[in-house]
Design a protein around this ligand. Structure first.
Ligand SMILES: [Zn+2]
Length: 474
């Protein structure tokens, strides 16, 4: 029963793991490589297997670094089922459509500029491939087992990372070789709004776990909310300016809307105007509202308060470009949430171009800003930033709020791992080298787990032997 790490090993993107058991070939996730100079080439390189020979895909969640190459897999001959939760299927379809659109737009730009190396910028799939993928999805809710053939079965548990995200439990093999493989997918930070905390898993023989923040802990959420309230208050009441918030369309936008509603309900914020200026984020917000059954207790309470007509911010969803442009006429008093989260595209760029030169503006950075992005330049305090070919002076106040994260930090990861009754044989994925190594060290020292290692890119391990090691050690 081999398990092969084909992506997100020693890095945080391109999640793809191949599980083989009793003639069955399963792919867990099929994500895009993102960022870095060789991402374009890696998203186009040969699979290392024949897509036709894959019996099924298990998709942990809709983020593109986990789902983004599925249409290419279908285009290259995959004909099996893609098992995912209903919310993941809705979100993935939306995001893959957006991804196909962005690829087509980028290709058109390269075509216009006569760029060579066509093989590096031609879209790896189009809308027809996303449509073909749609027919392959097989919805599976949390907590139910599904037989996959060959004695294998699959169950999802809530991972608390984004809407619909799942931890994967796989029972594989037969007789004395029967074993349980658990893959964490991306795990959420406990105590976050809207989503439930990651489900605790008690039993596994082999475990693949993410380690994005394996070497550090997040700032406390309460302090971050205090900073949010202070920044909004100062900008709107003292400076009479606008607050710009670059926000990821999936997850962060909905979380921020939750906090604006909650803080207004608690009387900590006045009833301000909040504009959500991102068509993708608006669609994701609508999908989220259709899945109240997935909400945690806090979100249900807030939802009920809304129905009673409690104080609320005036939230407006802007779909058209004309509505978006009209925001330029608002000199002060508005909170504008717009994608992209790292300011590299989307409508936020237009708002930054228009408002960065004003001291009355505040930009709230609420998420990770990768090296080389416009958001990173703002965080670094660059006095001028390039936007649409112009050098824009930065006179706005830039505030980084460090307490929002969709990923469990080191303490939360160790706490989740502590839920297992017996130490499984463990591999760390989805982390940069330092983060994965640090977590591995803590697992060995603090949890006394004897078998823990950082997965290497392309590494192939034998599950039955690993499970036997884990059993003999406990
Ligand atoms: Zn994710």
């Amino acid at each position: 029963m081999p398990l092969t790490f084909l992506g997100a090993a020693g890095e945080v993107t391109g999640s793809r793991h191949l599980v083989e058991a009793a003639g069955l070939r399963l792919l867990v996730d099929c994500g895009l490589f993102q960022g870095g100079r060789d991402a374009a080439a890696r998203n186009r390189e040969p699979w290392g297997f024949s897509p036709r020979d894959i019996d099924a895909v298990v998709l942990t969640h809709a983020h593109l670094d986990h789902s983004g190459l599925l249409p290419r897999l279908v285009r290259d001959g995959f004909r099996g089922r893609v098992h995912a939760t209903p919310a993941t299927i809705e979100l993935a379809d939306l995001m893959l459509r957006d991804s196909a659109h962005l690829m087509a737009a980028e290709a058109a730009r390269h075509e216009r500029h006569g760029r060579r190396e066509r093989e590096l910028w031609e879209p790896v799939y189009g809308f027809a491939d996303v449509d073909a993928l749609r027919e392959r999805f097989a919805p599976l809710g949390y907590g139910d087992w599904r037989e996959l053939g060959g004695g294998a079965r699959l169950r999802f548990q809530d991972a608390g990372h984004i809407l619909g995200s799942a931890i994967v439990e796989l029972d594989l093999g037969a007789g004395r070789d029967r074993l349980r493989l658990v893959l964490s997918g991306d795990l959420g930070q406990p105590g976050r709004p809207i989503l439930r905390d990651p489900a605790r898993i008690e039993s596994a023989d082999a475990l693949v776990v993410e380690s994005t923040y394996g070497d550090r802990n997040h700032k406390p959420l309460a302090a971050t909310l205090d900073e949010l309230v202070a920044a909004v208050d100062r900008t709107l009441r003292t400076k009479h300016g606008n607050v710009l918030v670059p926000a990821f369309a999936v997850g962060r936008t909905q979380e921020l809307l939750y906090w604006f509603e909650r803080l207004t309900l608690e009387g900590r914020l006045p009833e301000v105007d909040v504009f959500v200026d991102s068509p993708l984020a608006i669609e994701v917000t609508e999908i989220t509202r259709r899945h109240v059954e997935l909400f945690d207790e806090d979100a249900r309470v807030l939802w009920a308060a809304r129905r009673r007509g409690a104080p609320r911010p005036r939230i407006r969803f802007l779909r058209s470009v004309a509505e978006s442009s009209a925001l330029n006429r608002i000199e002060g008093g508005a909170v504008i949430l717009a994608a992209s989260g790292m300011c590299d595209g989307g409508r936020i760029k237009h708002h930054l171009r228009h408002h960065l030169a004003s001291e009355r503006t505040t930009v709230l950075i609420t998420g990770y800003q990768a090296q080389g992005t416009l958001g990173r330049r703002l965080v670094n305090g660059d006095p001028f930033v390039p936007i649409f070919g112009a050098q824009v002076p930065v006179r706005a106040e830039i505030i980084t709020l460090g307490g929002f994260s969709a990923h469990a930090d080191q303490a939360a990861l160790l706490d989740w791992l502590g839920g297992f009754r017996q130490p499984p044989h463990t591999w760390l994925v989805h982390g940069e080298g330092r983060a994965s190594q640090a977590l591995c060290e803590r697992i060995r020292v603090d949890l006394h787990w004897p078998h823990c290692s950082v997965a290497a890119r392309g590494e192939r391990v034998e599950l039955a032997a690993a499970a036997a090691d884990a059993a003999s050690a406990s």
